[in-house]
Design a binder for this molecule. Structure first.
Ligand code: GLN
Length: 301
């Protein structure tokens, strides 16, 4: 234990000695690699850019530029937290999603690539459908409605979330991106939701909490220990939030409109069956780029 501390102390000391950008980058990369991080180089460059405020081009084109000791101390702190398992996106405070940067805090789920496919499928419905409006239930960072609003400025987008803290993040993201989205604090299961929203939409989208409680132990530690459980776990019933979506669908979506939801990779057939039983039309299961069931798309009769 003591040996470990001395070793750490030596490392900290070494790093505080006037480091050039390239030496620091190499040292950060090898420490992340030694800790088993798959994308060590990328993560080292993100941390370096975040702390120094330099762009990628700047970091690459000026390898001999010195990094200040204050910045090195900050990098050291972040590196340790990363090695202890905190997601890199929370450490740098942002995540890329559908070609844009979104602020993230531990109050919101880190946007995932599979959710980009959800956005892609919604945009593929075309402007004629989307001009009837899009509502996102459980919006978190707001990455879904803000991306849609940025791509198609004439589409009215509404993001709903039960977490006030998440909506603070969502609002700030929309503001930075210049996305016009209306944000509503409400539980997606609340039967008064349609009265609160006061209108219907042509698309209801949702990436609801869908990890069943019983999978808590098998979830990646990085996810389990740092991302908001409110956004991850469905409770004991993995279909809990899809049942709520079925109930909300006829109230929130006009006839002929669409329901597009992200699902757990094992939940495809059960969500399709549930949607059929609820009277939604032609529920179709779509898999993601790695072939895992990911999205169910249905229509409202
Ligand atoms: N995609 C997330 C995960 O697998 C879960 C997101 C959710 O529950 N909506 O960790």
């Amino acid at each position: 234990m003591l040996e470990g501390r001395i070793y750490d102390a030596i490392q900290v000391k070494c790093m505080i000695v006037d480091y050039s950008t390239s030496n620091l980058f190499a040292s950060m990369t090898s420490r992340l690699e030694a800790a088993g991080m798959e994308s060590a180089r990328t993560e080292a460059s993100w941390l370096l850019m975040h702390v120094t405020g330099r762009s990628k081009v700047d970091v690459i084109s000026r390898p001999n530029e010195a990094v200040s000791s204050e910045q090195i101390t900050r990098i050291e702190g972040l590196l340790r937290r990363r090695i202890a398992g905190e997601p890199i996106q929370y450490l740098i405070g942002s995540a890329d999603f559908y070609g844009r940067s979104f602020a993230v805090t531990p109050d919101v789920l880190i946007p995932r690539p599979e959710t980009e496919e959800l956005v892609e499928r919604i945009l593929n419905l075309g402007p004629d459908v989307l001009k009837g409006g899009v509502v996102d239930l459980g919006t978190g960072s707001g990455c879904i409605p803000s991306s849609i609003a940025c791509e198609l400025v004439n589409v009215e987008c509404v993001g709903v979330d039960v977490s006030e803290e998440a909506l603070v993040v969502a609002k700030s993201n929309a503001h930075s991106l210049g996305a016009s989205v209306e944000w509503v604090l409400a539980d997606m299961r609340d039967e008064r939701l349609s009265a609160l929203l006061g209108r219907t939409f042509s698309v209801l989208v949702s990436n609801p909490p869908y990890v069943p409680d019983e999978e808590a132990g098998s979830l990646q530690r990085e996810v389990h220990d740092h991302e908001p459980h409110l956004a991850l776990f469905s409770g004991p019933d993995p279909l809990h939030f899809y049942r709520a979506i079925c109930e909300q669908a006829p109230r929130l979506v006009h006839s002929g409109g669409h329901i597009m939801v992200e699902i757990h990779a094992d939940a495809g057939p059960s969500v399709v069956t549930l949607f059929e039983q609820c009277g939604l039309i032609d529920p179709a299961l779509h898999s993601d780029l790695s072939g895992r069931d990911r999205i169910v798309h249905a229509k409202v009769g």
